[in-house]
Design a protein around this ligand. Sequence first.
Ligand SMILES: [Zn+2]
Length: 142
Amino acid sequence: MEAVVLPAVSRVAVCGGTHGNELSGVYLVRERLKRREDGTEPVSVVAVMSNPRAVQLCVRYIETDLNRCFTRAALRAPISEASPYEMIRSQELNALLGPKGSTQAVDLLCDLHNTTANMGLCLITYSDRDWICLHICKHLQA
Ligand SMILES: [Zn+2]
């Protein structure tokens, strides 16, 4: 049997408040931001409040759904003062945590949401071949 070698994960981002009225991620990010790393952590974890204006007003979004602003086209779109807040914010987040798909990007990004559907813990990953995400899902399910 061949051993599975997982890629190194050294930079992780935990994002909450992508939708400002989904409070689990907001709470977790606030708690995480209170902590001070002491340099002994094996992984660098940055906590980010994705949509602070929507969080402040406890609404899903201000002008447009931030979750729809991370396509490559949206991330490259010209920005002006007339641009929706979330379009501007997505480019700020891409600069902070990406650029998306680049070698400078964080190795793993956990974006925390809530749902009103009665579905319990729900994990969404973009690939069934992403070993890191599959291991995290297995751990959380246990
Ligand atoms: Zn959400």
